[in-house]
Each structure stands twice: as structure tokens, then as C-alpha cells.
Design a protein around this ligand. Structure first.
Ligand SMILES: O=C(O)CCC(=O)C(=O)O
Ligand SMILES: [Fe+2]
Length: 281
């Protein structure tokens, strides 16, 4: 099982796992994430400002303590999901080393202005120059350095992936959609080889974000997906996603089960100095 998973991950760049969480657990996580989302819309505790425009489709850092004042025990449920032993075993098997926490995200349908998402590779955000991006993709290798684990909390077939695209640069047809003409065609529904990943609540889609992918976000079409991101411990990345200085707040980890807490210790050790720099800046 483990080697099959690893083989699919390295060759195709994605894996779908059924029933990672049972229905009851997925429903509980949905209640928690929905409550976080409602609060974020009113005031994101990271900024004190409303969290997003009516066409927003994603929020990050659901594990911010500001969301759990009324239900402190819910933080434990969320963090237990991130550090779930089966989830971590899978992450370890496919990365080939210990997974390090990176961040939590929640994808949801917009209040206004739905759209099919744009085809992209996450590498293009850090490296807009084609030749440099191409070198990054070649260097990272077939296991990648990170996993996006999308856990559906409501039925979803909103993620599309081009299997095997993490191993190589775009074909001309792919490039014409992803990047040509300043991205004018990047919402095309004609991507060759695209596979739609259908998930029931509690199922997970894991994908290498350097492969070609996109989401879909339509007003009135329920999308509730919790995304857990992990990197290899050997490939940490200091940026907005890993900037979580609230881990240093006294008591933040106190209510967690010992095994869950232990999973976050290397994350704190890795980024502590980065958080201190940022907060004193
Ligand atoms: O889940 C989605 O809608 C898209 C996610 C995505 O592109 C990403 O997280 O890199
Ligand atoms: Fe992406």
C-alpha cells in the first residue's frame, strides 16, 4: 500500500485517499471550519479587518487562536486533524522523510462572482521567469518538497490536476493555457489530460503543487475543503504561510494531546527565529 502510494505520487504527482476521516469527524471539522470562516468574514484576527471580499475563495491560518475564544476545545480537533497519525504516515511515505507542518487553508464558494479557477503551477508565484521556473521544477525532482492535502468536508469535484505534469515543463498546448498572452486563457476548460478529482466528505486529494492544477469556485455550489500543507523537514520555507507567531503565545499548545503537540514542536523550533524577527520588525 505504502509503496503503491509512493509510486503513484512520484509518477503522477497526486493521490486520492478514501475515508481519511469518517463522516462524523468530517462533519465536526466542517462545523469548526464554518465557524472560523464566519469569524474571518467579520474580522480576521491576523489583521482585525474583515477577511475577504465577496468573491474570496480561500482563507489561511484557521489555527489562529483568535478563532477559538468561544470553543477552545475545537482548536484541539483541528490540530489533531493536522497531526493525525494516518495522515502523517501517508505524508511521510510519499515525501520519503518526516513531514513538517506548513499551514492550514480553507477553500469555499464565493458569495459573489464565481469562476472556474486558473490553471497554474505554484512554482510560478515564486518564480515568474519561465527559465528560472523551469529550473526549479527540474531541481525539485519527482517526490517534490511539499504536499497539499485537500480534505473534502462537503462533496467536491472541484480540483483538476494534470497527472505527470510535475515531472516536466509544459507542452506547447499546456503553456498556451497556463501562461501565454499574459494568462488570458488560463481559465480554459480544454486542458489536455486534465483529471477531475471527485471527493466525498472525509476523502483526501494530495497533490504536488508544482504540477499543473486548478480549483473551481461557483456561487451557490457548496465548496468546503480543508487543506493541510506539509513540507519535507529538510525543505522549510519562511513566508506568509509559515509565519505563525501565535505558536509562541503562552498556552497556545496547552490543550493539545501529547502526540499532537509533539508534531508541532519541530515546526516551532524551525521558525521561531523567523517569527521573532517579523514581530519585532
Ligand atoms: O483547491 C483549490 O481550489 C486550488 C488550490 C491551489 O491551487 C493550491 O492550493 O495551490
Ligand atoms: Fe495552486
Amino acid at each position: 500500500m505504502t509503496s503503491d502510494l509512493q509510486e503513484q505520487w512520484t509518477q503522477e504527482g497526486y493521490v486520492v485517499l478514501r475515508h481519511v476521516f469518517d463522516g462524523e469527524r468530517a462533519a465536526r471539522l466542517l462545523t469548526i471550519c464554518n465557524t472560523v470562516l464566519d469569524q474571518w468574514r467579520r474580522a480576521n484576527p491576523e489583521t482585525g479587518q474583515p477577511g475577504g471580499a465577496p468573491d474570496a475563495t480561500v482563507m489561511r491560518h484557521l489555527n489562529h487562536p483568535g478563532y477559538f475564544r468561544n470553543h477552545p476545545e475545537w482548536l484541539g480537533d483541528l490540530m489533531d486533524a493536522v497531526a493525525d497519525p494516518a495522515v502523517l504516515d501517508t505524508a511521510r511515505a510519499i515525501l520519503g522523510e518526516e513531514p513538517l507542518f506548513r499551514c492550514t487553508s480553507f477553500f469555499f464558494e464565493p458569495l459573489e462572482g464565481g469562476k472556474d479557477g486558473n490553471w497554474h503551477r505554484d512554482s510560478q508565484f515564486g518564480e515568474p521567469d519561465d527559465e528560472k521556473e523551469r529550473a526549479v521544477i527540474a531541481k525539485v525532482g519527482n517526490a517534490g518538497t511539499s504536499i497539499q492535502m485537500q480534505i473534502a468536508l462537503a462533496p467536491s469535484d472541484d480540483i483538476e490536476y494534470v497527472p505527470g505534469s510535475h515531472l516536466r515543463w509544459d507542452t506547447p498546448a499546456e503553456y498556451a493555457i497556463r501562461k501565454a498572452d499574459g494568462g488570458a486563457h488560463n481559465r480554459s476548460n480544454e486542458m489536455p489530460g486534465a483529471l477531475r478529482l471527485a471527493l466525498e466528505p472525509g476523502d483526501a486529494a494530495l497533490f504536488n503543487p508544482y504540477g499543473l492544477h486548478r480549483g473551481r469556485y461557483h456561487t451557490g455550489r457548496l465548496r468546503r475543503t480543508l487543506m493541510l500543507t506539509y513540507t519535507k523537514r529538510s525543505a522549510p520555507h519562511a513566508d506568509y504561510f509559515s509565519r505563525q507567531p501565535w505558536f509562541l503565545e503562552p498556552g497556545y499548545l496547552d490543550g493539545l494531546q501529547p502526540a499532537t503537540r509533539a508534531f508541532f514542536e519541530p515546526f516551532v523550533a524551525q521558525y521561531r527565529d523567523f517569527w521573532m524577527e517579523k514581530s519585532s520588525a
